[in-house]
Design a protein around this ligand. Structure first.
Ligand code: HPA
Length: 266
């Protein structure tokens, strides 16, 4: 960890980020437009390379509206075969770099039948159905406690701020519960039926591990999903990663202006 932090601090010229953003599938463009310094994950000691198409795999530093922001352009997933500890390592690194606010984004399937592709959803809460937990293992007391509270992972003040930003931009933002499965397969209709009965509004394969670790570390978390498709049960079409990327591409201008407005108002 010391080696990772030292390398990033040196390579970024002592950049002290206050906000970290993980940019999900097809949502990485913000880091192309706002990029003062970029470091590929492959060069960072302790980081792993992303293996998924549509995920770039670099850390991008930029000053936006006078705020120091670090963006993860692409993330690693549990379904790639990495451990929970590996995929959440960058979150702990962000904490050590001095980040206070963590914005997690993703592409997700709609479980709520009123949601449409390209809708944006603020995460109100999550359900971890990944079958494991990133905090399993010896606990580092310098980061957080053994049995951390998870009663407000996605901070209410940040959700309210995001809703205000959406309103100012005339974006009809949703607020709902995100359920994470391990993937990599999409869900069966029966699984989506179950997710609906559980109270989920959207389903995906990421975000929950990072949100758990960020909350554990005392970071303020905001989560935003870009609804990329109807999850498997409520239309007869087959799902593909291409469709997910295509929809996030269509929604990316809206998504970008939303994130920028949030940064401006943080
Ligand atoms: N299911 C799981 N993950 C996803 C989906 C989905 O329908 N869409 C985008 N990521």
């Amino acid at each position: 960890m010391d080696k990772t932090v030292e390398f990033i601090e040196k390579t970024s010229g002592g950049f002290k980020p206050e906000i970290a953003i993980i940019l999900g599938s097809g949502l990485g463009e913000l880091a192309d437009e706002y990029c003062d310094i970029a470091i590929p994950y492959s060069e960072i000691p302790g980081f792993i390379k992303s293996t998924v198409k549509g995920h770039k795999g670099r850390l991008v530093f930029a000053e936006i509206y006078g705020k120091k922001v670090v963006m993860m352009q692409g993330r690693n997933h549990f379904y790639e075969g990495h451990t929970m500890q590996e995929i959440t390592y960058p979150v702990k690194v962000m904490k050590k770099l001095g980040v206070e606010t963590f914005i997690l984004t993703n592409a997700a399937g709609a479980v709520n039948e009123t949601y449409k592709p390209s809708d944006l959803m603020i995460l109100k809460d999550h359900i971890n159905c990944m079958g494991t937990n990133p905090l399993i293992g010896p606990n580092d007391e310098t980061l957080g406690e053994r049995f951390p509270d998870m009663s407000e992972v996605y901070k209410k003040e940040l959700r309210e701020l995001a809703k205000k930003c959406a309103h100012e931009l005339s974006i009809d933002v949703k607020e709902g519960v995100y359920l994470a499965n391990s993937g990599p397969c999409y869900e069966t209709p029966a699984e989506i039926h179950m997710a609906r009965l559980f109270g989920a509004d959207a389903v995906g394969m990421s975000t929950v591990p990072e949100a758990i670790v960020a909350n554990y570390c005392g970071l303020r978390v905001l989560g935003i999903s870009c609804i990329s498709n109807a999850a498997s049960s409520h239309n007869g079409d087959k799902l593909s990663h291409a469709e997910v990327i295509e929809t996030t591409n269509k929604a990316k201008a809206k998504f970008k202006s939303f994130i920028l407005k949030i940064i401006e108002n943080l």
